[in-house]
Write a protein that binds this ligand. Structure first.
Ligand code: ADP
Length: 248
């Protein structure tokens, strides 16, 4: 293994809202290519943590590094997004009147120019990448369909595909299976598992069966810091974790 330590360092991060500590000395290390699930009761700080990583919220204290040298706290939200950290929100933002293919093309073009993209001036390598992503997200057969005609699950996959067009090193995914059918949930597990390795994938999710089906390492947040971390078996037998979830 030639990897040199974590791709993401979150160290001693605190965030307060009107004196209330949403994050309290939170430390978290994500390895390159790993698939990590973040769980925790409502209000544990999961969203705030993602907001800090993506530059939306500035911490009062602590450090956030991409690799060993890039200080994310010195960058703007759009610079972080372009630099390699993609975030998928719960609500899909696909362009409904465009085809699946054109949605991917536009997502690829965000720093190349939207107009040249719509004139279909992509080179072979770019077309190959779109074909590859269509295959990954299982929408090859739907490439020419309007995105608005996709099922809820398919829209979520398209949105993940749009993030992939930017070649992120880290993907943050917020509740990917909310509202999905059982079959869509299974396919989403396969998709996220297949992305790990090439990308670090951080999934915030409430659905425990889903977390069990994908995660190697689970981090439990509670009151703004890490309560427990480890395999799902270890987490589920941890008395601290059981207590927090029973109290919900
Ligand atoms: P989670 O995503 O785990 O449910 P959040 O990160 O959304 O937790 O919230 C952590 C705590 O911080 C909650 O108690 C929430 O009410 C509070 N909080 C989050 N954002 C704000 C904000 N912008 N202003 C005030 N309080 C906030």
């Amino acid at each position: 293994d030639t990897r040199k330590g974590p791709i993401l360092y979150v160290e001693g991060v605190s965030v307060s809202f009107d004196g209330f500590k949403a994050l309290n000395n939170l430390s978290l290390y994500i390895n390159d290519g790993e698939l990590r699930c973040i769980i925790g009761p409502n209000g544990a700080g999961k969203t705030t943590m993602m907001d800090v990583i993506t530059g939306k919220t500035r911490p009062d204290q602590g450090q956030v590094y991409f690799g060993q040298t890039i200080n994310l706290l010195a960058l703007q939200e759009h610079e972080i997004a372009r630099g390699g950290i993609g975030r998928k929100f719960q609500k899909p933002t696909v362009l409904e009147t465009l085809s699946v293919y054109d949605n991917l093309e536009l997502a690829m073009a965000s720093n190349k120019g939207v107009w040249s993209c719509l004139l279909h001036t992509l080179n072979g390598e770019q077309r190959d990448r779109i074909a590859e992503v269509l295959h990954l997200i299982r929408l090859t057969a739907q490439a020419r369909q309007q995105a608005g005609a996709l099922s809820h699950g398919q829209k979520q996959w398209l949105e993940i595909g749009m993030l992939l067009m930017q070649n992120p090193r880290i993907l943050l995914v917020d509740e990917p299976v909310a509202g999905m059918t059982g079959e869509e949930t299974e396919r989403t597990a396969e998709l996220l598992t297949s992305l790990a390795g090439r990308h670090a994938v951080i999934v915030v999710e409430h659905d425990m069966a889903f977390v069990r089906s994908i995660a190697r390492t689970v981090t439990v947040l509670h009151q703004g810091s890490v309560l427990a971390e480890g395999s799902m078996d270890k987490i589920q037998n941890d008395p601290k974790v059981i207590e927090v979830y029973l109290g919900e």
